[in-house]
Design a binder for this molecule. Structure first.
Ligand code: OMP
Length: 281
């Protein structure tokens, strides 16, 4: 089954909330854990036990594992396996991008089942050109996995690049959305090439993005809720008719509830309820 189909089904069963696994040093400390690979392992075990059977997608942020070197990567490998055992899809937040020949190696690492880091999907930066991601898009499709391409990121600096105009007059973010839509054209029930559009953006009009540009027939990852200042209630204004494609993504706002597993679960349920309510309205 394709990633898009698996995600579509699971979003229907569990709701669209994606929880990010971002073991910041400050969070490890707040949880009473050491800033070591062992601390990381215990952090991940708690998160998986508490919520991996409740959310559609867990999104580990690779950087927080990489900073612990090979021992951290080993923890990440175990996290991927444990989360999937609980039925969650894993979106590896690695934001990789390079020339095509190197992107092939990232494809081997993140979307090929022969790799211990293979995930259901991976985030990718298209800022060496959308076409440079071709080996990753092709490998993901061949293995039934997905790719999330950065379009308009949640950080304030993103606009300087992503709102720049391309030679055809569209802005860069819209051009990325349009190219993702081409990849997903005609695929039922949902394509496997997602885009990232921050939940922090206020109104799209001022960004040169029309709501119709968001109808890419693929998932829209919307980070920025909680710690970056956006709220679930901002989503309808930003996404409008594209709301059914949106996966709101939250890391610190949920993780702060730890280390108690029951509180972590309660914080996740509270956010899931907010998201479901917003979808019904
Ligand atoms: O690809 C992402 O997930 C991402 C894209 C983006 O535009 N903004 C963004 O914050 N993220 C990631 O989403 C997570 C946000 O974490 P919190 O701000 O703690 O919820 C981090 O891991 C970011 O790297």
């Amino acid at each position: 089954m394709t990633f898009g189909a698996r995600l579509h089904n699971l979003m229907g069963e569990r709701g669209p909330l994606c929880v990010g696994v971002d073991p910041h040093p400050s969070l490890l400390s707040a949880w009473g854990l050491p800033d070591t690979a062992d601390g990381l392992e215990r952090f991940c075990r708690t998160v998986v036990t508490a919520i991996a059977s409740e959310v559609a997608v867990l999104k580990p942020q690779s950087a927080f594992f990489e900073r612990h070197g090979s021992a951290g990567i080993a923890v990440l490998e175990r996290l991927v396996a444990a989360a999937r055992e609980q039925g969650a899809l894993v979106l590896m937040d690695a934001k990789r991008g390079d020339i095509g020949s190197t992107v092939q190696a990232y494809a081997d690492a993140y979307v090929d089942p022969a790799s211990p880091l293979c995930s259901d999907a991976v985030t990718a930066s298209p800022y060496l050109g959308f076409g440079s991601l071709r080996p990753l898009l092709d490998a993901a499709a061949a293995h039934g996995n997905g790719v999330f391409v950065l379009a308009r990121t949640s950080n304030p600096e993103g606009g300087a690049v992503q709102e720049a105009r391309t030679s055809d007059g569209r802005n860069v973010a819209v051009s990325m959305l349009a190219q993702a839509a081409v990849e997903n054209a005609g695929i039922e029930p949902l394509g496997s090439v997602g885009c990232v559009v921050g939940a922090t953006l206020g109104g799209l009009g001022s960004l040169g993005i029309a709501q119709g540009d968001l109808l890419i027939n693929g998932p829209l990852l919307a980070p920025g809720i909680g710690a970056q200042g956006a709220a679930v209630s901002d989503l309808p204004r930003i996404f409008g008719a594209a709301l059914p494609l949106v996966m709101p993504s939250v890391s610190r706002e949920v993780l702060r509830a730890g280390p108690d597993g029951a509180e972590l679960r309660a914080s996740t349920f509270a956010l899931k309820a907010q998201v479901n309510e917003m979808l019904i309205e």
